[in-house]
Design a protein. Structure first.
Length: 135
């Protein structure tokens, strides 16, 4: 095994999810391929990242729709690493990302929890460098 390729976020609508992840969070749209009349293969990822990306999967059943925005039972489910916390925090906040808290220092680095457009919880995190600070 070499890496984790994709993780799935269940979404209500492909296009609104693309706009949020591309224009608000700052991800790149890597692929948007129509599979059939209803289904698309939509992949987004942080700029220059190709190992692990996010598959935006539109809910098609009632059970899937019920999980939009709460895929992890209220826990943070995704961890978006940054090498410039202050820059990315301000850019995302200015673009309309809802942060649940002010940035905080933890033993592992600098972190702030934010919500995607459906309410799923993410960490924006800059890991502490060994022997250094998180910022």
């Amino acid at each position: 095994m070499t890496h984790l390729g994709l993780v799935t976020v269940v979404v209500r609508d492909y296009d609104e999810a693309i706009v949020f992840y591309r224009d608000v969070v700052g991800f790149e749209l890597l692929e948007d391929t129509r599979i059939d009349e209803e289904k698309r293969w939509v992949v987004v990822a942080p700029p220059r990242v190709r190992e692990t990306a996010v598959l935006l999967a539109r809910a098609v059943t009632g059970g899937q729709e019920a999980r939009i925005g709460d895929q992890t039972g209220g826990r943070v489910g995704w961890f978006l690493n940054t090498d410039a916390f202050d820059r990315d925090y301000e850019r995302m906040r200015t673009a309309g990302v809802v942060f649940e808290e002010a940035p905080r220092q933890e033993p592992y680095g600098t972190v702030a929890v934010f919500q995607d457009l459906y309410g799923n919880r993410w960490d924006l995190i800059q890991l502490r460098r060994p022997g250094g600070t998180g910022r």
